[in-house]
Design a protein around this ligand. Structure first.
Ligand SMILES: Cc1cc2nc3c(=O)[nH]c(=O)nc-3n(C[C@H](O)[C@H](O)[C@H](O)COP(=O)(O)OP(=O)(O)OC[C@H]3O[C@@H](n4cnc5c(N)ncnc54)[C@H](O)[C@@H]3O)c2cc1C
Length: 452
């Protein structure tokens, strides 16, 4: 059985289905998607996401999963990275991948004319990028995990302006945290495996439909076609184990005998499900080690077009990244639906709607001239206090492996050891790793083995 219908649970269930296992997935909520979900919006007749999600071309497990389900075409992926960045004075720059040069030189032409940092900062940033490219992350893991990315960047000559207008511009949306909090190890991971891995690794993709719509029916059908089932509205309250092996689950108050379980729930939920004698084990219970970071999304429906890009970043502003949902979803005009995605949103998470409305609408009006004259037809705030786990120094070694000390129980979830930050990619990878761990676990205990 798989507990949890987020991307980790769905990935695990589909991987089991691929191996001919008649898997049952239990999801507490009435819909699938987990922290990447969408909800129907009666007023617009569309689905709205709990938060704008993007993926990069280097997220190969996630894109492979969407392809397997036959829904990749319902997302749009840039042919080449292009991200427009404006400042509060209206100056525009872009980070673009050139068509010919190999990485990291592919970013150079756009970087040379990038208006938001000085020539000196550009030279120092280029030197730091080369240092990132050359660093053997695995070899220096302990040292890199013991300092913040800011510390590393400062040691490599980065000014405050370069940190704001370049490094944090990319680090904040990816980690939902600034360079002040992210470990140097994970900061380098993103630039090595994402931004600089190849000419196409950082091309940006988004779903053109709601996130639940994207995977829900396709994943359920995939599992069902292979003899399994996906059940929503089923809450697991306890994993039961005897003599170090899983014997069952308590589902909606009833005991269900089962000897193989993949728990694909967040770490704080898992802590409540674990058998009491194992709940204190730090190798499996990460409650003392991992912390949540919040995201808020501010939706504004204007009566006219405000931005001409599918998305853009705003420097030195609470707006951070603005997504043009009308463009992404191909909605007819003349109005425009924008989604302002605010990462690391501690400052705004508990603030009332009216104050946020005043703050974000006045900021929009001062950055985008069209917004100053436009009529706001609708305004909505979507808050996700527990959006992602924090990749602070030391956190990587505290992420449990998929294998557990209990025979028949393995873990999945973006927060387990995948090497990735809290992303859809990490979730999908964890599901596959959990199935592999389960196989190894069952083989070791002499029970049985799932077909390869
Ligand atoms: C606002 C926001 C923006 C984000 N932006 C991005 C982005 O741009 N790009 C990106 O890659 N990632 C992004 N993420 C992160 C991404 O959504 C997560 O990393 C990923 O969805 C986690 O998947 P998961 O399956 O590991 O966990 P979850 O999605 O949390 O899945 C766990 C599931 O278990 C279920 N469950 C819990 N308790 C029980 C129980 N007792 N019984 C049964 N089921 C239970 C839950 O309902 C849930 O469906 C964002 C997240 C948020 C919240």
């Amino acid at each position: 059985m798989v507990i949890g219908g987020g991307l980790a649970g769905l990935s695990a269930a589909c991987a089991l289905a691929d191996r001919g296992v008649p898997v049952t997935l239990l999801e507490k909520r009435p819909y699938l998607g987990g922290r990447a979900f969408s909800f129907p919006d009666a007023e617009s007749g569309r689905h709205i996401d709990n938060g704008q999600h993007i993926y990069l071309a280097c997220c190969t497990a996630y894109t492979g999963f969407l392809r397997k389900l036959g829904v990749f075409e319902r997302t749009t992926l840039q042919r080449r990275l292009r991200a427009v960045i404006v400042d509060r004075a209206g100056r525009r720059g872009a980070l673009k991948a050139g068509p010919l040069l190999p990485s990291p030189l592919h970013l150079l032409p756009s970087f040379l004319v990038y208006p938001h940092v000085s020539i000196g900062d550009k030279l120092r940033a280029a030197t730091a990028m080369l240092a990132i490219k050359r660093t053997d992350r695995a070899k220096h893991r302990e040292a890199l995990e013991s300092e913040t990315f800011r510390n590393w960047l400062e040691r490599h000559g980065q000014s405050e302006r370069a940190i704001t207008a370049l490094w944090d511009l990319l680090t904040l949306p990816v980690f939902n945290d600034t360079v002040d909090a992210v470990s140097a190890y994970m900061g380098l991971m993103f630039f090595q495996d994402g931004m600089l891995a190849s000419r196409h690794s950082a091309d940006i993709g988004v779903s053109t439909v709601g996130l639940t719509q994207l995977v829900e029916d396709a994943a359920s059908a995939y599992v069902q076609a292979r003899g399994g089932e996906v059940l929503t509205g089923r809450s697991v309250t306890r994993i039961v184990a005897e003599d170090g092996a899983v014997t069952g689950l308590i589902v909606d108050g009833e005991f269900t005998p089962v000897d193989v379980v993949i728990a694909a729930v967040p770490w704080d939920v898992l802590a409540r499900l674990l058998p009491p004698d194992i709940a204190g084990d730090d190798h499996i219970n990460a409650s003392n080690a991992l912390k949540w970071a919040p995201i808020i999304n501010v939706h504004v429906w204007y009566d006219r077009p405000i931005i001409d890009e599918p998305f853009l970043a705003v420097l030195d502003s609470p707006l951070q990244w603005v997504f043009n949902r009308s463009h992404i979803e191909g909605l007819p005009g003349p109005g425009q639906h924008l989604c302002i995605s605010v990462s690391g949103a501690w400052e705004h998470a508990g603030v009332g709607r009216d104050i946020l409305r005043e703050l974000f609408l006045s900021e929009m009006a001062s950055v985008f001239p069209a917004a100053a004259d436009a009529v706001v037809e609708r305004f909505m705030v979507v808050r996700q206090p527990n959006a992602t786990f924090r990749c602070t120094p030391g956190a990587q070694s505290q992420r449990p492996a998929q294998v557990t000390p209990i025979t028949g129980l393995t873990l999945a979830g973006d927060w387990t050891q995948t090497g990735w930050p809290a992303t859809m990619e990490s979730a999908v990878r964890s599901g596959v790793l959990a199935v592999e761990a389960l196989n190894a676990d069952l083989e070791r205990s002499g029970t049985w083995r799932i077909a390869p």
